[in-house]
Design a protein around this ligand. Structure first.
Ligand code: ADP
Length: 372
């Protein structure tokens, strides 16, 4: 029996003769009705199955889209909007009672907390800005108000010392000296306070003009020599011979940097020497180096030394000094303002070396100076 094609099947039967040899074959073909029905049924069943599966899948997709994905997308969109607008007063709105709605409610609880802390941060920032402004105003006013009477005290002490109001005894002379030096200390403290406040608020500006670096060195020398002599320290100035006659820069602030470093070096050195060097690093940069053989700075203190109001812990090994820890902070900020850099090398008990590198422009008139 053999299917001929999809519609017909043929059955064969062989007949033998009397001697057993094949005589003839009987072929009987027949329509494949049952097979055709089976095929049709199978096709219909497959169609129904595919249709039903597609229907279920579509239904599932619709359900997922409507009940989950759409709401998740809405949650994502609303949280995205809140974070983009940084508006923590907004809330997400995903209705329902399922897990997505619970997640949305949690997001809203988090937004409540965020809004609260955001409000507190703004308030604290506002208060801090106000406090800073008030602090700046107080520092500026106090400095101004304190400087005038202090200058008068110093002036009267000086004129009195010179005998302008009658003869002065040795004891009175000494007392007037103490008044003057305390007045000077107070004045420099007030000036430092004002500088620090102005530097901190970015209100200190440099005034660039031509100046003679040799004059600047001389004025530092004039101030430092008596201080070093008092402690019997060797004070040496090693100035590069090719120092240009004129630089362009803020002389007053450069003087302040040099004086601060040199007076610190003398203040923290009991025996030995203080050496001030001024030399070029390259065509555009000059180096001011102040080296001493003093008490040195502990390694762990080097990271903080430029912070305002910071002083090395005054243990027994460090003498009790005047000053409030503003000098180096001001120096660092001034050097930064001049686009320079400052570094320290120090060894406890052996001394310190401060190196300031500054881009100093040589004034054009220097050429004229050189030729005359
Ligand atoms: P002040 O001198 O007013 O205390 P500074 O900011 O000038 O403040 O210095 C901060 C601290 O750094 C000082 O208290 C001192 O301990 C340390 N220091 C500064 N210069 C030197 C130095 N040349 N040698 C040793 N210690 C120093």
């Amino acid at each position: 029996m053999q299917p001929l094609n999809s519609e017909t099947i043929v059955s064969y039967a062989r007949f033998d003769d009397l001697w057993g040899a094949p005589a003839f074959v009987l072929a009987l073909d027949q329509q494949r009705d049952i097979y055709a029905h089976g095929n049709l049924a199978l096709g219909i069943f497959t169609l129904i199955l595919v249709g039903a599966s597609a229907g279920v899948a579509l239904g599932l997709m619709y359900g997922l889209e409507r009940f989950f994905i759409k709401r998740l997308r809405r949650l994502a969109r609303e949280t995205g909007q809140i974070s983009a607008n940084r508006d923590f007063t907004q809330r997400v709105t995903v209705p329902g009672t399922d897990e997505i709605a619970a997640a949305a409610a949690s997001v809203n609880v988090m937004l409540d907390a965020l809004e609260q802390s955001h409000r507190e941060t703004i308030k604290a920032h506002h208060e801090a800005v106000q406090a800073l402004t008030v602090r700046e105003r107080i520092v500026a006013n106090v400095s101004h108000e304190a400087r005038t009477p202090l200058s008068i005290i110093n002036l009267y002490a000086e004129t009195c010392q010179r005998g302008m109001y009658g003869p002065v005894t040795t004891k009175q002379y000494e007392v007037l000296n103490t008044i003057r030096s305390s007045g000077f200390q107070l004045l420099s403290f007030i000036n430092n306070l004002l500088d620090e406040a102005q530097l901190h608020s970015g209100k200190l500006h440099l005034h660039e003009m031509e100046f003679a670096p040799r004059d600047l060195v001389e004025s530092v020398k004039l101030l430092a020599e008596p201080l070093a002599a008092k402690k019997a320290l060797l004070l040496a100035f090693d100035i590069a011979p090719d120092l240009p006659p004129l630089f362009l820069g803020d002389e007053r602030r450069l003087n302040q940097i040099a004086v601060n470093l040199v007076t610190n070096a003398i203040k923290f050195t009991e025996t030995g020497s203080v050496e001030v060097r001024l030399f070029p690093r390259d065509d555009a940069q000059w180096v001011l180096q102040v080296a001493d053989t003093g008490i040195g700075i502990p390694a762990q203190a080097l990271d903080h030394i430029f912070e305002p109001f910071w002083q090395v812990d005054n243990s027994d090994t460090r003498p009790v000094m005047t000053g409030v820890g503003l000098g180096l902070s001001i120096v660092k900020q001034l050097v930064d303002l001049m686009n320079g850099s400052i570094s320290i090398q120090s060894e406890l008990g052996r001394g310190s070396m401060f190196t300031v590198t500054l881009p100093l422009k040589v004034a054009v008139r220097s050429a004229l100076y050189l030729s005359t």
